[in-house]
Design a binder for this molecule. Structure first.
Ligand SMILES: [Zn+2]
Length: 278
Protein backbone atom coordinates (compact mmCIF):
# COMPACT_ATOMS: atom_id res chain seq x y z
CA UNK A 1 0.00 0.00 0.00
CA UNK A 2 1.39 3.38 -0.91
CA UNK A 3 0.54 6.80 0.42
CA UNK A 4 -0.24 9.62 -1.98
CA UNK A 5 -1.61 13.12 -2.15
CA UNK A 6 -2.67 15.58 -4.84
CA UNK A 7 -1.30 19.02 -5.56
CA UNK A 8 -3.49 20.43 -8.34
CA UNK A 9 -2.83 18.33 -11.45
CA UNK A 10 0.00 16.43 -9.72
CA UNK A 11 -0.30 13.17 -7.84
CA UNK A 12 2.61 12.65 -5.49
CA UNK A 13 3.29 9.18 -4.06
CA UNK A 14 5.69 8.30 -1.24
CA UNK A 15 8.00 5.45 -2.27
CA UNK A 16 9.17 4.04 1.05
CA UNK A 17 12.66 2.72 0.40
CA UNK A 18 13.48 1.52 3.93
CA UNK A 19 14.27 2.78 7.43
CA UNK A 20 17.21 3.77 9.57
CA UNK A 21 17.62 3.92 13.33
CA UNK A 22 18.05 7.50 14.54
CA UNK A 23 20.08 7.75 17.76
CA UNK A 24 22.09 10.46 19.56
CA UNK A 25 25.12 9.16 17.63
CA UNK A 26 23.35 10.48 14.53
CA UNK A 27 21.91 13.62 16.17
CA UNK A 28 24.52 14.57 18.80
CA UNK A 29 22.31 17.29 20.32
CA UNK A 30 19.91 14.56 21.42
CA UNK A 31 22.47 13.25 23.91
CA UNK A 32 20.97 15.62 26.47
CA UNK A 33 18.11 15.92 28.88
CA UNK A 34 16.05 17.55 26.13
CA UNK A 35 16.79 14.64 23.80
CA UNK A 36 15.98 12.01 26.38
CA UNK A 37 12.67 13.77 27.09
CA UNK A 38 11.69 13.80 23.43
CA UNK A 39 12.50 10.12 22.92
CA UNK A 40 10.52 9.25 26.05
CA UNK A 41 7.60 11.40 24.95
CA UNK A 42 7.52 9.39 21.72
CA UNK A 43 7.29 6.19 23.79
CA UNK A 44 10.90 5.20 23.05
CA UNK A 45 13.92 4.40 25.23
CA UNK A 46 15.72 7.59 26.37
CA UNK A 47 18.41 7.26 23.70
CA UNK A 48 16.14 6.01 20.96
CA UNK A 49 16.43 4.76 18.35
CA UNK A 50 13.51 6.24 16.48
CA UNK A 51 12.66 4.51 13.21
CA UNK A 52 13.03 7.05 10.42
CA UNK A 53 12.24 6.58 6.74
CA UNK A 54 14.12 6.82 3.46
CA UNK A 55 11.69 8.12 0.82
CA UNK A 56 11.79 8.63 -2.89
CA UNK A 57 8.71 10.11 -4.58
CA UNK A 58 6.73 9.46 -7.74
CA UNK A 59 5.13 12.47 -9.39
CA UNK A 60 2.37 11.76 -11.93
CA UNK A 61 0.45 14.17 -14.09
CA UNK A 62 -1.49 13.58 -17.33
CA UNK A 63 0.48 10.72 -18.90
CA UNK A 64 3.79 11.68 -17.30
CA UNK A 65 5.73 9.82 -14.63
CA UNK A 66 8.69 11.41 -12.88
CA UNK A 67 10.56 10.63 -9.70
CA UNK A 68 12.21 12.78 -7.07
CA UNK A 69 15.30 10.86 -5.93
CA UNK A 70 15.53 7.09 -6.07
CA UNK A 71 16.35 5.68 -2.63
CA UNK A 72 19.40 3.66 -1.56
CA UNK A 73 19.47 0.96 -4.26
CA UNK A 74 22.07 -1.68 -3.39
CA UNK A 75 24.02 0.78 -1.28
CA UNK A 76 22.55 0.16 2.15
CA UNK A 77 21.86 -3.57 2.43
CA UNK A 78 18.91 -5.82 1.62
CA UNK A 79 16.53 -4.12 4.07
CA UNK A 80 16.57 -0.97 1.93
CA UNK A 81 16.34 -0.24 -1.76
CA UNK A 82 12.59 -0.93 -1.89
CA UNK A 83 11.60 2.12 -3.97
CA UNK A 84 11.56 0.22 -7.32
CA UNK A 85 9.24 -2.41 -5.80
CA UNK A 86 6.95 0.38 -4.66
CA UNK A 87 6.92 1.79 -8.17
CA UNK A 88 6.10 -1.65 -9.55
CA UNK A 89 3.21 -1.94 -7.08
CA UNK A 90 1.80 1.20 -8.72
CA UNK A 91 1.80 -0.66 -12.04
CA UNK A 92 4.91 0.97 -13.50
CA UNK A 93 8.26 -0.35 -14.64
CA UNK A 94 11.57 1.60 -14.59
CA UNK A 95 11.23 2.10 -18.38
CA UNK A 96 8.16 4.30 -17.78
CA UNK A 97 10.05 6.99 -15.87
CA UNK A 98 10.72 10.06 -18.03
CA UNK A 99 12.39 12.41 -15.60
CA UNK A 100 14.19 12.12 -12.25
CA UNK A 101 14.87 15.18 -10.12
CA UNK A 102 17.88 14.68 -7.87
CA UNK A 103 17.81 16.80 -4.71
CA UNK A 104 21.45 16.09 -3.84
CA UNK A 105 24.13 13.55 -4.57
CA UNK A 106 24.11 11.46 -1.38
CA UNK A 107 23.90 7.76 -2.01
CA UNK A 108 20.64 7.23 -0.09
CA UNK A 109 19.09 9.37 -2.85
CA UNK A 110 21.11 8.24 -5.87
CA UNK A 111 21.98 4.59 -5.16
CA UNK A 112 18.63 3.57 -6.61
CA UNK A 113 19.65 4.93 -10.01
CA UNK A 114 21.89 1.89 -10.43
CA UNK A 115 21.09 -1.83 -10.67
CA UNK A 116 23.03 -4.46 -8.71
CA UNK A 117 25.28 -4.71 -11.77
CA UNK A 118 26.00 -0.99 -11.56
CA UNK A 119 24.01 -0.14 -14.70
CA UNK A 120 21.36 2.54 -15.23
CA UNK A 121 18.13 1.27 -13.71
CA UNK A 122 15.98 3.85 -15.53
CA UNK A 123 16.84 3.50 -19.22
CA UNK A 124 14.54 6.20 -20.62
CA UNK A 125 14.82 8.98 -18.11
CA UNK A 126 16.57 12.30 -18.00
CA UNK A 127 18.22 13.35 -14.74
CA UNK A 128 17.84 16.89 -13.41
CA UNK A 129 20.61 17.99 -11.05
CA UNK A 130 21.23 21.47 -9.58
CA UNK A 131 24.25 23.37 -10.80
CA UNK A 132 25.93 23.93 -7.41
CA UNK A 133 25.56 20.32 -6.38
CA UNK A 134 26.97 19.09 -9.66
CA UNK A 135 29.86 21.53 -9.49
CA UNK A 136 30.81 20.37 -6.01
CA UNK A 137 30.75 16.61 -6.67
CA UNK A 138 32.66 16.90 -9.92
CA UNK A 139 35.25 19.19 -8.29
CA UNK A 140 38.28 18.40 -6.16
CA UNK A 141 36.91 19.26 -2.69
CA UNK A 142 34.86 16.16 -1.88
CA UNK A 143 35.82 15.15 1.68
CA UNK A 144 37.16 11.69 2.51
CA UNK A 145 34.08 11.02 4.66
CA UNK A 146 31.88 11.21 1.56
CA UNK A 147 33.90 8.74 -0.51
CA UNK A 148 30.90 6.41 -0.80
CA UNK A 149 28.64 9.18 -2.12
CA UNK A 150 31.39 10.22 -4.51
CA UNK A 151 31.76 6.69 -5.92
CA UNK A 152 28.02 6.40 -6.58
CA UNK A 153 27.98 9.87 -8.15
CA UNK A 154 30.78 8.94 -10.54
CA UNK A 155 29.02 5.73 -11.54
CA UNK A 156 25.72 7.59 -12.06
CA UNK A 157 27.33 10.29 -14.21
CA UNK A 158 28.92 7.60 -16.35
CA UNK A 159 25.80 5.45 -16.71
CA UNK A 160 23.49 8.37 -17.49
CA UNK A 161 25.90 10.26 -19.71
CA UNK A 162 24.09 12.32 -22.36
CA UNK A 163 20.86 12.24 -20.32
CA UNK A 164 21.83 14.62 -17.53
CA UNK A 165 20.41 18.14 -17.36
CA UNK A 166 22.38 20.41 -15.07
CA UNK A 167 19.96 23.19 -14.19
CA UNK A 168 20.47 26.43 -12.28
CA UNK A 169 19.61 26.34 -8.57
CA UNK A 170 16.10 27.83 -8.34
CA UNK A 171 15.29 26.58 -11.85
CA UNK A 172 11.83 25.68 -13.07
CA UNK A 173 12.44 22.09 -14.13
CA UNK A 174 9.03 21.55 -15.70
CA UNK A 175 5.87 23.66 -15.35
CA UNK A 176 4.88 23.37 -11.67
CA UNK A 177 8.14 21.75 -10.55
CA UNK A 178 11.08 23.83 -9.39
CA UNK A 179 14.17 23.60 -7.28
CA UNK A 180 14.33 25.46 -3.96
CA UNK A 181 17.92 25.88 -2.74
CA UNK A 182 18.30 24.64 0.85
CA UNK A 183 22.07 24.52 1.21
CA UNK A 184 24.01 23.04 4.10
CA UNK A 185 23.18 19.35 4.24
CA UNK A 186 25.23 19.23 1.04
CA UNK A 187 26.75 22.21 -0.79
CA UNK A 188 23.99 22.37 -3.43
CA UNK A 189 21.17 20.60 -1.57
CA UNK A 190 17.79 21.46 -3.11
CA UNK A 191 14.19 20.93 -2.14
CA UNK A 192 11.51 20.66 -4.82
CA UNK A 193 8.41 22.87 -4.92
CA UNK A 194 5.41 21.20 -6.53
CA UNK A 195 2.78 23.74 -7.40
CA UNK A 196 -0.46 23.75 -9.36
CA UNK A 197 -3.98 25.16 -9.16
CA UNK A 198 -3.17 27.37 -6.18
CA UNK A 199 -1.75 24.46 -4.14
CA UNK A 200 1.85 24.06 -3.05
CA UNK A 201 3.89 21.23 -1.61
CA UNK A 202 7.53 21.64 -0.68
CA UNK A 203 9.44 18.36 -0.63
CA UNK A 204 12.32 19.60 1.49
CA UNK A 205 14.51 16.51 1.02
CA UNK A 206 17.09 16.34 3.86
CA UNK A 207 16.22 19.56 5.65
CA UNK A 208 15.36 17.34 8.60
CA UNK A 209 16.17 13.74 9.59
CA UNK A 210 14.02 13.23 12.66
CA UNK A 211 10.61 14.80 13.15
CA UNK A 212 10.50 13.81 16.81
CA UNK A 213 13.71 15.76 17.51
CA UNK A 214 14.36 18.51 14.98
CA UNK A 215 11.00 20.30 14.90
CA UNK A 216 11.57 20.97 18.60
CA UNK A 217 15.32 21.65 18.43
CA UNK A 218 15.96 22.71 14.83
CA UNK A 219 19.48 23.87 15.78
CA UNK A 220 20.49 20.21 16.28
CA UNK A 221 22.44 18.97 13.30
CA UNK A 222 22.86 15.44 12.03
CA UNK A 223 26.21 13.77 11.32
CA UNK A 224 25.76 13.75 7.53
CA UNK A 225 25.17 17.54 7.39
CA UNK A 226 28.26 18.54 5.42
CA UNK A 227 28.15 22.16 6.62
CA UNK A 228 26.29 21.92 9.95
CA UNK A 229 26.17 25.66 10.60
CA UNK A 230 24.69 26.39 7.24
CA UNK A 231 22.27 23.47 7.52
CA UNK A 232 21.01 24.86 10.83
CA UNK A 233 20.63 28.40 9.45
CA UNK A 234 18.73 27.05 6.43
CA UNK A 235 16.44 24.96 8.63
CA UNK A 236 15.67 27.80 11.03
CA UNK A 237 14.99 30.25 8.25
CA UNK A 238 12.72 27.90 6.30
CA UNK A 239 10.71 26.71 9.32
CA UNK A 240 10.14 30.30 10.44
CA UNK A 241 8.96 31.25 6.96
CA UNK A 242 6.64 28.23 6.63
CA UNK A 243 4.84 29.07 9.87
CA UNK A 244 3.15 31.90 8.00
CA UNK A 245 2.37 29.88 4.86
CA UNK A 246 -0.15 27.37 3.62
CA UNK A 247 2.60 25.41 1.89
CA UNK A 248 2.43 21.75 2.78
CA UNK A 249 5.72 19.98 3.35
CA UNK A 250 7.03 16.45 2.95
CA UNK A 251 10.55 15.12 3.35
CA UNK A 252 12.92 12.34 2.41
CA UNK A 253 13.28 11.41 6.08
CA UNK A 254 10.03 12.61 7.63
CA UNK A 255 6.63 10.91 7.53
CA UNK A 256 3.54 12.08 5.69
CA UNK A 257 2.67 15.67 4.88
CA UNK A 258 1.70 18.65 6.95
CA UNK A 259 1.89 22.32 7.72
CA UNK A 260 4.66 23.79 9.85
CA UNK A 261 3.29 25.70 12.81
CA UNK A 262 4.71 27.12 16.00
CA UNK A 263 4.96 24.44 18.67
CA UNK A 264 5.40 24.20 22.42
CA UNK A 265 9.21 24.29 22.18
CA UNK A 266 9.87 25.61 18.66
CA UNK A 267 7.82 24.20 15.77
CA UNK A 268 5.55 21.28 15.02
CA UNK A 269 4.11 19.55 11.99
CA UNK A 270 0.34 19.66 11.81
CA UNK A 271 -0.43 16.65 9.60
CA UNK A 272 -2.60 17.09 6.53
CA UNK A 273 -4.58 14.23 4.99
CA UNK A 274 -3.00 11.79 2.57
CA UNK A 275 -4.65 8.88 0.78
CA UNK A 276 -3.61 5.28 0.33
CA UNK A 277 -3.78 3.04 -2.67
CA UNK A 278 -2.96 -0.59 -3.23
ZN1 LIG B 1 19.11 11.55 2.83
Amino acid sequence: MTEFTRIGKFKMTWLLDGYYPCTPDFVPGARSEEGRNLYKKAGLPPEGPSKEPFHAFAIEWKDHLWLIDTGCGQEAGPERGKAPEQLRSMGYSPEDVEGIIITHLHKDHTGGLLTSEGKARYPNTRLYIGESEMEFWTGSDVPEGNAGDHEVTKAVLEQYEGRIEVVPDNAVIAPGLRFVPLYGHSPGHNGVMIEDGGQRMLMWADLMHSSILQFHYPHWSVRPDMDPERAVATRLELLERLVEEDTRVAGSHTYGAGLVRRGEIAYELVPTDTDNRH
